[in-house]
Write a protein that binds this ligand. Structure first.
Ligand code: ADP
Ligand code: MG
Length: 273
């Protein structure tokens, strides 16, 4: 298939080691409140398998909560989210509440990788140990296989020489690249990035964006909350603008960045561009 071909082209030996098939995410009419604050308000979004979606919006608009909901971390009051047709942990369709057991949530969550602003590597583990821990524990794969995948991923992100380093011995950009490799080591169908470059010194942003750009060509469904407009314009199929828990507009970057329909989108873009 095309995704596999493009993976081969950029040098991944075997696309199947890097991604599971599928990864279509459907977000249907979801709402979520914290107390009286409505943080997600009837959000509707379809992410085809292999698509790249950039989410933009002011602080507090609900971007992180939306990612957390996709990752089975939020109880929804209304609506549902599905990944390849399977409901995520706490969904509601009509009067039916789907609430998976913790064990099933953990299993399904392994299909969804998440990379945060703060790199979140295990500080007491080496790079290699960070990369093989979850594949062995969660996926139950053999150590040798996990090590081989880790080596492949490190080669991919240009950090083979850091395999035995501890996180504190790496720059922020290197740590974030390892965090991305760690998420990939679980062969996720969907990879969620929550402002992955916001905590980095400006000169380190590029190397992390380059790794994500390459991923964008491998067929993993990507959702990226970012303020990096140039990056979003280059890699995203769809740009989503959120405000006050709502999606104000969504569309291809060429349209959103040049002729946004909503005045609030234009106002926001004028500030960050
Ligand atoms: P964003 O990522 O766009 O900055 P968030 O999704 O983090 O926005 O937060 C949206 C709103 O929900 C904010 O007003 C935030 O303070 C609030 N919020 C987020 N998580 C919680 C929580 N666990 N309890 C109460 N309020 C929360
Ligand atoms: Mg956030």
């Amino acid at each position: 298939d095309t995704a596999t071909d493009s993976v081969r082209k950029i040098g991944f030996q075997d696309a199947s080691t890097l991604r599971a098939a599928g990864g279509a995410v459907r977000i249907h009419g979801i709402s979520k409140s914290f107390g009286s604050l409505k943080v997600l308000d009837d959000v509707e979004l379809n992410l085809p398998a292999g698509s790249v979606t950039a989410i933009l919006g002011p602080s507090g608009s609900g971007k992180s909560t939306l990612l957390r909901a996709i990752n089975h971390l939020e109880r929804l009051e209304e609506g549902f989210i599905s990944v390849d047709g399977d409901f995520v942990g706490y969904s509601r369709k009509g009067d039916t509440l789907y609430e998976l057991k913790e064990k099933d949530i953990l299993k399904r969550r392994a299909d969804i990788g998440m990379v945060f602003q703060s790199f979140n590597l295990f500080p007491h583990l080496t790079v290699l140990e960070n990369l093989i821990e979850a594949p062995i524990q969660v996926r139950g794969i053999r150590r040798e296989e996990a090590v081989q995948l880790a080596q492949e991923l490190l080669a991919r992100i240009g950090l083979s020489d850091k395999i035995n380093a501890y996180p504190r011995q790496l720059s922020g950009g290197q740590q974030q690249r390892v965090a991305i490799a760690r998420a990939l080591a679980l062969r996720p169908k969907v990879l969620l990035f929550d402002e992955p470059t916001s905590a980095l010194d400006p000169e380190l942003v590029g190397e992390v964006l380059d790794v994500i750009k390459e991923l964008a060509r491998t067929g993993t469904t990507l959702v990226i909350v970012t303020h990096e407009i140039g990056f979003a314009r280059e890699v995203a199929d769809t740009v989503v603008f959120m405000e006050s828990g709502r999606i104000l507009e969504a569309g291809p970057p060429a349209r959103i960045f040049t002729q946004a329909e909503h005045p609030r989108t234009r106002e926001f873009l004028a500030k960050v561009l």
